[in-house]
Design a protein around this ligand. Sequence first.
Ligand code: GLA
Ligand code: ZN
Length: 701
Amino acid sequence: MSRIYQFKYFIVLALLTAVFCLTPVTLARDFYAPDGAMYIGVDYYPEHWPEQRWAEDLRLMHEAGFNVVRVAEFTWVMLEPEEGRFTFDWLDRFLDLAQQHEIKVILGTPTASMPAWVARKYPETLAMKPDGTRSTWGGRKNNCFSDGTYRLLSERITRAMAEHFRNHPAVVGWQTDNEFGGTDCRCHHCRQSFQDWLRTKYGSLDRLNQAWGTHFWGHTVQRWDEITIPDSREGTWAIANPSASLDWMRFTSWLNVRFQGDQVRILRQVCPDHFITHNFMGLFQDMDYYDLARDLDFVSWDNYPVFATMDEPGFAYSPAMAADVMRGLKARNFWIMEQSAGPLGWGSFSRNLRPGELRQIAMQQVAHGADGMLWFRWRTCTAGREQYWHGLLGHDGKPGRRYREAAAAAGDLRKLQDALRGTTVEAPVAMIYDYDSLWALRIQPGFPENQYLANLGRYHRAFLRAGVNVDMVPPDADLSGYRLVVASSLHILPDETADRLTDYVRRGGVLLADIRTGVKDATNLAYDRTLPGRLSQVLGVEIPEYEALYKVRYRLRVEEPLQGDFEASLYADWVEPKGAEALAVYDSWPVQSYAAITRNQYESGKAWYVGTIVPDETFYDRLIGALLSDAGIQPVMTPPAGVEISVRSGEGRRLLFLINHLEKPVTVQVPLEAKSLLGETQTPGEISLPPYGATVLQLVR
Ligand code: GLA
Ligand code: ZN
């Protein structure tokens, strides 16, 4: 053998060894178990039940086809009963038992509720309320995130747990804390940290004064320690400086991200083979979730749709939008860490899940990119604040209907897991999802109904009704892969974002922008420009005036392709086309000479502007239909009313999900060659779904 040949042989061998050694690590931190199984299970609280019951619970879980539990969040005092003394033996016994039952474990760092001894020894760890008193110990999520003591205590319990459990064969990953959510602590530590954070951000007081526009009301600050926490007046932001308020939102979000970062650093160092995630809250508005997701391997979230629609069963598109937001945080699939299992509530509870609904809620999430599924909770607790937050099992611990439905759902997911692996949602459309604009509109909505999520929701629902998947993306995302971009409510519009959107249209993209876009710069100061500011040219319009509409509605005269009998409500931009065609004009005094909806051909692309809110949802169906046709996007099929479709694709496979949101059976015509992955019998081209039914077809190309 020549030397060269030997050398090549050596390289190949080295590469193979490297691949072999690296693979298990990659797998362990991926969505699926090393054996390729999807993680399916429950949130379990061993400390809530006598130890003699654990084996029975684990046996029932195993029988249901579950292979994972999340445990230990909220058990800090049981793991560290006094400062620096750790008692892990009970959790060891549980982990051993779980391992025997082939159930893997996600450990929660328990810092979302502090032991009584922490509050007693270190009262400064409790968050301070606006009235200057500390919050009372005995709730949860009531700590100060600036306080150094709390951070050290959090690092200590995290490190102790990580070192103790790193080699336990049952442990596969970690959940940091629980539902980070920007506590609004007003202690002097938080005030000082805010001042430091601002000093780092602005460098000089001159720059801060300019950015905050403090010449208004004589609010110029001359020393950093003069800066106060903006007075939020219980969330109404009635009086504080809008720029200061926006920075305060950014700061409190960052405090949580930093706190999580402390834990992640330790977990990465001590447990490099474990994944790290956090349980997000979908459309929750107090955190910049892009930031919170950055340090994690993947996002998980807690989905409680039945709670949101307490009295009205039926259309449930908001969890789909939340799922799209969750997938957009890392442009990656996600998990459900807590999935609705029964009637939900702390004082009063919601309706029960209808037969089939438990599985349907889960399938909807898988359709939008969920690759792991844990139901909250295993068994309804007999103690504490959540006695009415029902689990798969009732208080009596007997496996009943909800248990059986979850087991059946798990069985279906097992049938699907090989086809699902390596696929994600196939979306030809992007919607920009931007926390700066969301926050700025909460601080100053302009008119009360101008809510960021509601505004985006109108378009998102219409896309789902049209059978088109949507990616929710950050404002700096690469848009080149999308044929259509909806940039709704970009109230805060830095010039770079405006230029990127312009460039997107120039290259042939189709863009939609709408009310109150481009009003503010990144510091939440109003631009001294005619609206829509930097987007004026691409949109081909100017908006010299605008108004909120209270109780009045303007009639609209609507042209092709939107045609219909529609009204403008809540708000009206008085739009002057400057090159754009008017697709709808106002038909009421005093705005007859102004347009409400326009479309502009700009270089190779098209840019739409919608300057009002139309109360009739069918308007949005027409609008989205017209946009899709401009963008040349054809849905795989158009679902019948009440049925949602979603497509996941990858690795040469395309999977079509059909989800019935109605409380009655439907028959869906599927005009495509497809085979059912769940093996229902069906006439070709026709699928029958029971109430809350859901199924998955593999499309044959
Ligand atoms: C949240 C939390 C859980 C539990 C449930 C039910 O999502 O993460 O700990 O409190 O709500 O209330
Ligand atoms: Zn504080």
